[in-house]
Design a protein around this ligand. Structure first.
Ligand code: URA
Length: 241
């Protein structure tokens, strides 16, 4: 693939902008400057720098973000900044057009922290967020009042939320402290954790998503930081039933 096409596909701007970046000497490939936009490279796995920033070619983008509190998962947030502002511009612009860039796989509330996946692969987003696939998600809940066994049994047996007569239940629920609970859900209804905890007479004071399927939020990924999913991450998450 031509170098200018590689930059274009990775979100560095229009074809003209990408050709300009190369011609101005802003691009190196595998450590070597390249000023000819039409130079051909094998794109897969290509390492390059643009204005000193290191990149690797990804045909499709699959990322994890440690969502901090105080960010909305919307492209057009109403009150708080958007999580998309935490990503570099090329990742927000990949693909061009109206549906440019990566999209979050589902949403977390403004005050919820933790693991969020993003991608520009529509099939992956659908598979991970579709209720049909029952991808388990683990939430660490801090409740306002001490949790008791009766509340935990109710969460496991199923509670009725206001907009749906069909009870929703936790796939797993373990008390991890007087006020702490680890709750596994396989659906993703609006404010589901907060509404389930309210339905058993308690209240969520803090909410953190620690796992999606087999993927756990890495301890070294700080709030606001993101990283590419590795081939191993993708293989393990794609192997879900
Ligand atoms: N359930 C909630 O109530 N909020 C979230 O952010 C995620 C799950």
């Amino acid at each position: 693939m031509q170098l200018q096409e590689i930059l274009f596909s990775q979100g560095f701007g229009t074809r003209r902008v990408c050709a300009g970046l190369v011609q101005q000497g802003f691009v190196t490939v595998a450590g070597v400057p390249c000023a000819e936009p039409a130079t051909e490279f094998v794109a897969d796995g290509l390492h390059f720098t643009v204005q000193g920033v290191a990149w690797e070619y990804h045909e499709k983008a699959y990322l994890m973000l440690h969502k901090p509190a105080g960010y909305e998962c919307s492209q057009k947030p109403s009150t708080y900044p958007s999580i998309y502002t935490l990503l570099p511009a090329p990742i927000r612009q990949r693909g061009g057009g109206a549906a440019a860039g990566v999209q979050a796989v589902g949403r977390l509330d403004q005050d919820t922290t933790g693991l969020l996946l993003l991608s520009d692969d529509g099939k992956f987003i659908h598979r991970m967020s579709s209720p049909k696939h029952h991808v388990p998600k683990v939430y660490e809940v801090t409740a306002k009042h001490p949790m008791d066994d009766r509340q935990i049994q109710k969460l496991l047996a199923g509670v009725v939320l206001d907009d749906d007569p069909k009870p929703v239940r936790a796939a797993a629920c373990a008390q991890t402290g007087e006020l702490q609970l680890s709750l596994t859900l396989t659906e993703g209804k609006y404010h589901q954790v907060k509404r389930m905890i309210a339905a058993v007479g308690n209240r969520v004071e803090g909410l953190h998503r620690s796992c999606i399927g087999s993927l756990a939020l890495p301890a070294d990924l700080k709030p606001g930081e993101w990283r590419w999913l590795t081939a191993q991450d993708l293989a393990s998450i794609s192997a879900l039933p």
